[in-house]
Write a protein that binds this ligand. Structure first.
Ligand code: SAM
Length: 459
């Protein structure tokens, strides 16, 4: 691997940087596999890896994160499709420390993940926040929003709103968010070990362009942060211009104080002291067990606090819809809303917030889509299957591994004596999706766009 010499030169003198070890680790051809467990199904998944002879060891800075001793085929693991874990790079899970050490996560919070696709940080944040908290998961690039939405649905969360907005659109929500996470688009040098191609796209000029874009994104979104609120800024770039320089720029241009985080010595994370005496946290692959990553956290000392004066544009239709919905879902604590024929559950405590966001943002998905009404009957949606709201009366059929894969591929499955009717297809007790078992065949309701396209592990 030929690392750009201009990059190597620019890193000299940074805390933790050691040229020889940095070059060696890039050429060592070793790779790390790490996942983050969905708290809703964590015991099942670790046991399932153990059964396959794969050991897991905890990632010290992330409660539900673990390294795997080898990389299984995630595509052919039904538990991956059931949303019991997210495959995520370990260093980036450090966001957990930044969040927990800068705000009280036991309180209801409004959190914005501004650059969210494909959803690693958003699903992580969702697991760390209380059920009464709101997470706005935003992605500006239209083609990347669907993967974000799919991952949010797979995670089974109902307190998330997925949006497709430009950072500047959030300035309409002055002082609204308690926390804003900006996992910024960057020059990507931290991921060279994963993606050698990225080396060819790296240039000093691109580093400068990225840092200018990072400033624009931050300046555009900062008005939406509440006085006293937290800003978490991160990149997967090693370059000072995108890391320490942005950190200092933030505390110079805005009433932000930098937050120093407690980091255990044996995590091998390097604390970067900026020229202005701010702290940032650098992950070097020759020191910490993860890829290149940088994070800095801040508190806003002076700013707005949002006052909601908006009317409700959407009215709950809970009473009318409850009879058809309750056959499928336990929606206690939610309000039901109808958009054309679609029925969504919105957490009752977040009803006002969801309404407000609808007036200002381009909403792609909100709450949990329960299903679609056809002749006053609800046809359940895949999102309901992935949620925690499925009614206890709904039956589930446990599939064998080969059947589960066939189900996820939308291939034909034999009815091997299953009871007929609508039910959940499950694997290791985790729901995969809906199926309607008829006496002679099975109607498979797994979404076509999510199906496994490969027919065999090695093709
Ligand atoms: N946070 C994500 C995760 O953990 O899965 C990864 C985010 S990635 C580092 C940066 C994201 O910023 C990309 O999804 C990219 O599409 C988005 N992005 C690109 N240009 C942007 C811009 N001008 N404003 C906001 N976001 C942008």
């Amino acid at each position: 691997m030929q690392l750009p010499s201009a990059l190597i030169q620019s890193l000299q003198g940074l805390p933790g940087f050691d040229e020889q070890r940095f070059v060696d680790i890039h050429n060592a051809n070793t790779s790390l596999t790490s996942i983050r467990l969905n708290p809703a199904g964590s015991e099942v998944i670790l046991q399932s890896f153990k059964d396959r002879g794969i050991n897991s060891t905890p990632i010290p800075w992330a409660g539900n994160g673990c390294y795997l001793s080898e990389r299984p085929s995630f595509t052919f693991d039904p538990l991956f499709h059931a949303g019991t874990y997210y495959v995520q790079e370990a260093s980036s899970m450090f966001i957990e420390q930044a969040l927990q050490q800068s705000v009280d996560v036991s309180k209801p919070l409004r959190v914005l993940d501004l650059c969210a696709a494909p959803g690693g940080k958003s699903t992580h944040l969702q697991s760390l926040l209380s059920a009464e908290s709101l997470l706005v998961s935003n992605e500006v690039i239209r083609q990347r929003v669907n993967i974000l939405k799919d991952n949010i649905i797979k995670w089974g969360s109902s307190n998330v709103v997925v949006t497709n907005n430009d950072p500047r659109d959030f300035s309409k929500l002055k002082g609204y968010f308690d926390v804003i996470v900006v996992d910024a688009p960057c020059s990507g040098s931290g991921l060279f070990r994963r993606d050698e191609e990225a080396i060819n796209e790296w240039s000093e000029n691109n580093v400068v362009l990225c840092s200018q874009r990072q400033q624009r994104i931050l300046a555009d979104v900062l008005p939406a942060l509440k006085e006293g609120g937290g800003l978490i800024y991160s990149t997967c770039s090693y370059s000072r211009q995108e890391d320490e320089d942005i950190t200092d720029w933030l505390t110079t241009e805005f009433p932000l104080s930098n937050i120093r985080l407690n980091v255990q010595h044996d995590w091998n994370i390097s604390e970067a002291a900026t020229p202005l005496g701010n702290s940032g946290y650098r992950f070097w692959p020759h020191l910490a067990k993860g890829e290149g990553f940088f994070l800095a956290a801040f508190r806003l000392n002076d700013g707005d606090v949002y006052k909601n004066k908006n009317k409700q544009v959407v009215k709950p239709a809970t009473k009318q819809l409850l009879p058809s919905v309750s056959l499928w879902a336990n929606v206690a604590g939610n309000e039901l809303i109808q958009v054309n024929d679609k029925v969504y559950a919105w957490p009752a405590v977040l009803f006002e917030d969801f309404n407000l966001l609808l007036q200002h943002l381009r909403i792609i998905y909100s709450g949990t889509l329960l299903g679609e009404l056809a002749h006053k009957k609800l046809i359940p949606d895949h999102a309901l299957a992935m949620s925690k709201m499925v009614a206890e009366t709904i039956s589930r059929t446990e599939l064998e591994l080969s059947e589960a894969i066939a189900y996820l591929q939308k291939n034909t499955i034999e009815n091997t004596g299953w009871t007929t009717g609508w039910q959940l297809a499950a694997y290791s007790k985790q729901a995969l999706g809906w199926m309607n078992v008829l006496s002679n065949r099975i109607n498979n309701y797994y979404p076509k766009e999510l199906r496994i396209l490969k027919q065999k592990i090695n093709n």
